[in-house]
Design a binder for this molecule. Structure first.
Ligand code: HEM
Ligand code: HEM
Length: 158
């Protein structure tokens, strides 16, 4: 199993832990729900990286074919899931600011805004790549994705 599958799983566990501590399930809080849906969508798309890495590094031909077919099936949804993630995170931010106000000093809020800016970059380079692909756009989409992954981790830890 590629290491990215474990990294992604760790982020899900961390988020679930925070959500249980914040009692999302007994006390409905819309900002937490929208943040969680956004996170799940982001990780769903980010898993494409884990799948591609596995295809590249595996020597097992059957595994490569299985993963390539899976990746093909998911492709039509990739752009809409990514774009929806941005919308859900926008709603998450709106609810957060509505509840707590706009406090720059709050590290959770500041890290969230930074992450959302990079997510916008991922979505924009994704669309640019789809409309007119190039190697540079591919690398931009991928590198922004990696940066976003670590920013999301920071946002959850802070
Ligand atoms: C890609 C971007 C983002 C993702 C994936 C995300 C995800 C999440 C998740 C899953 C939570 C609940 C778990 C936890 O508290 O650790 C959360 C909480 C929070 N987020 Fe975000 N978020 C993002 C962007 C933002 C933005 C733009 C803001 C600022 C407006 C923000 C502000 C906050 C705050 C203040 C909390 C804590 C809420 C509380 O404790 O009641 N987040 N975020
Ligand atoms: C949460 C947002 C997103 C994440 C985390 C994400 C992540 C990724 C990853 C990891 C890959 C594989 C990279 C590679 O090795 O080439 C990829 C491919 C791609 N992405 Fe995204 N992406 C997101 C949103 C979008 C959006 C909104 C579009 C809009 C069209 C898009 C378009 C593409 C295209 C065209 C490819 C290449 C097709 C393929 O996979 O064969 N992405 N993305």
């Amino acid at each position: 199993m590629n290491k990215w599958f474990y990294f992604n799983f760790f982020v899900i566990v961390l988020a679930a832990w925070n959500l249980i501590n914040k009692q999302l399930f007994s006390n409905f809080q819309p900002h937490l729900l929208f943040g969680t849906v956004g996170l799940v969508f982001i990780l769903f798309n980010w898993t494409r990286h884990a799948v591609f890495s596995t295809i590249r590094s595996s020597s097992d031909r059957n595994k490569k074919i299985r993963f390539a077919n899976l990746s093909k099936k998911v492709l039509p949804f990739h752009r809409w899931i990514g774009t929806s993630a941005l919308i859900f995170i926008g709603i998450h931010a709106a609810f957060v600011i509505n509840t707590y106000g706009f406090q720059w000093q709050n590290m959770k809020l500041a890290s969230g805004i930074l992450t959302a800016l990079v997510l916008s970059g991922v979505v924009i380079t994704g669309w640019m790549r789809r409309i007119r692909p190039s190697g540079r756009k591919r690398m931009a989409h991928l590198r922004l994705g990696i940066v976003m992954f670590f920013l999301v981790l920071m946002h959850l830890i802070l």
